[in-house]
Design a protein around this ligand. Structure first.
Ligand code: KIV
Length: 253
């Protein structure tokens, strides 16, 4: 695989599914590179899987910079996207621009923001300065306190309409791709058909232009975490526990 650029990803829409995975460090990034996965997201899900927190709200821009730099060291070809964490873009356009620049300087090739109409101006601002933006609609984890949890979105016709319109606004504002999280398959299918930009789904069915999963989830790092949409491709919870237990036993001998 050669270098995956944004135009390469955008041309894949309707032709070939895009594979995206989250990553947070150089060692796993090296393995992701070998897999052929076209895009890597340094997600603010690091709040959950790296920091052990119950949501993503505590993740800071400096933590994101640190992890983007680490992942950048481990990958060359996949297209690298970095999440703008909660608090890094809500206060003002200027603050959003400053923080997006920090992530680009750390090695990201695009930034991701959650929301709809409320981030439209920011998306236009960033893209006007050559910072590609990925939108994120549906289940948006930074809104956990508004929604009261991480349940699926788009359960009512009004909510489906709202998500559909948000996706269109995000595209119109200049976003290059959009993540659709935790919404009904039919809604994701309709949005995918209505937009020219690639849609990347997580818990949104099969009809999107690509799929993204949290690396530790797909590797089965936590046997107690089993959402219905998650296919596990390994059982690292078991593998790593057994390896460490064997090491422990050897040392004691
Ligand atoms: O933070 C994250 O990992 C994400 C993905 C789940 C899309 O936003």
């Amino acid at each position: 695989m050669g270098k995956v650029t944004l135009p390469v990803l955008k041309k894949m829409k309707g032709r070939e599914k895009i594979a995206m995975v989250t990553c947070y460090d150089a060692s796993f990034a090296r393995l992701v590179e070998k897999s052929g996965v076209e895009s890597v997201l340094v997600g603010d899900s690091l709040g959950n899987v790296i920091k052990g927190e119950s949501n993503t709200l505590g993740v800071s821009i400096s933590e994101m910079e640190y992890h983007v730099k680490a992942v950048r060291k481990g990958i060359t070809n996949p297209f690298l996207i970095a999440d703008m964490p909660f608090g890094s873009y809500q206060v003002s356009l200027e603050k959003g621009l400053r923080n997006a620049i920090k992530l680009m300087k750390a090695g990201a090739e695009a930034v991701k923001v959650e929301g709809g109409a409320e981030v439209a101006k920011l998306i236009s601002k960033l893209t006007s300065f050559g910072i590609p933006v990925v939108g994120h609609a549906g289940l948006t984890p930074q809104y956990v306190n508004k929604f009261g949890g991480f349940g699926k979105r788009g359960k009512t016709p009004e909510e489906r309409e709202f998500i559909f319109e948000s996706a269109k606004i995000i595209e119109k504002a200049g976003a290059e791709m959009i993540v659709l999280e935790g919404i009904p398959e039919k809604l994701a299918e309709d949005i995918t058909a209505a937009l020219k930009i690639p849609t990347i789904g997580i818990g949104a069915g099969k009809a999107t232009d690509g799929q993204v999963l949290v690396l530790y989830d797909l590797l089965g790092m936590d046997s107690s975490f089993n959402p219905s949409f998650l296919k596990k491709y390994a059982d690292l919870d078991d593998t790593v526990t057994k390896a460490l237990t064997a090491y422990f036993a050897d040392v004691k001998k």
